[in-house]
Design a protein around this ligand. Structure first.
Ligand code: MG
Length: 155
């Protein structure tokens, strides 16, 4: 068995859609980034790559590469899964944390969980998602960014 962890953070800015775990969330701002800036899937990809000892997302999907500009981050997950299967590994379960002051994640939690499970080809009971706030503290607490953490177990 192998374990991996991932973290990511993106700035919240005007005139961008907010995509979390592959789900478009209605909100006045979105995350800044080269791809769709899906902070949750980026943390997940880093956890997957970490578990197989394959470095990090920057190695495979550099933000200087035009082929990744504006792409859906589910493409990154697909690529990570290819690397996993090449290593003869598969995902047992994933545990995810999204840290955002706004918007409230509770109404979208189930949809995000199912979307992530689908991109991993897993039963949604193997994907857990927790929404947290920073209690108003720091840049995330002040609504300037959203961050995410991911832990994965592979067999
Ligand atoms: Mg990122």
């Amino acid at each position: 068995m192998r374990i991996g962890m991932g973290f990511d953070i993106h700035r919240l800015v005007e005139n961008r859609p907010l995509i979390l775990g592959g789900v478009k969330i209605p909100f006045s701002k979105g995350l800044q980034g080269h791809s769709d800036a899906d902070v949750l899937l980026h943390a997940l990809c880093d956890a997957l790559l970490g578990a197989i000892g394959a470095g990090d997302m920057g190695t495979y999907f550099p933000d200087t590469d035009p082929q990744w500009k504006g792409v859906a981050s589910s493409r990154f997950v697909e690529r990570c899964l290819e690397l996993l299967s090449r290593s003869k590994m598969r995902v047992v379960n994933v545990d995810l944390i999204l840290v955002a002051e706004q918007p409230k994640l509770a109404p979208h939690r189930r949809a995000i969980q199912e979307s992530v499970a689908q991109s991993l080809g897993l039963d949604s009971r193997r994907v857990n998602l927790k929404g947290k706030t920073m209690e108003g503290l720091g840049p995330i607490g002040e609504g300037e960014a959203i961050s995410a953490y991911a832990v994965v177990l592979l067999e």
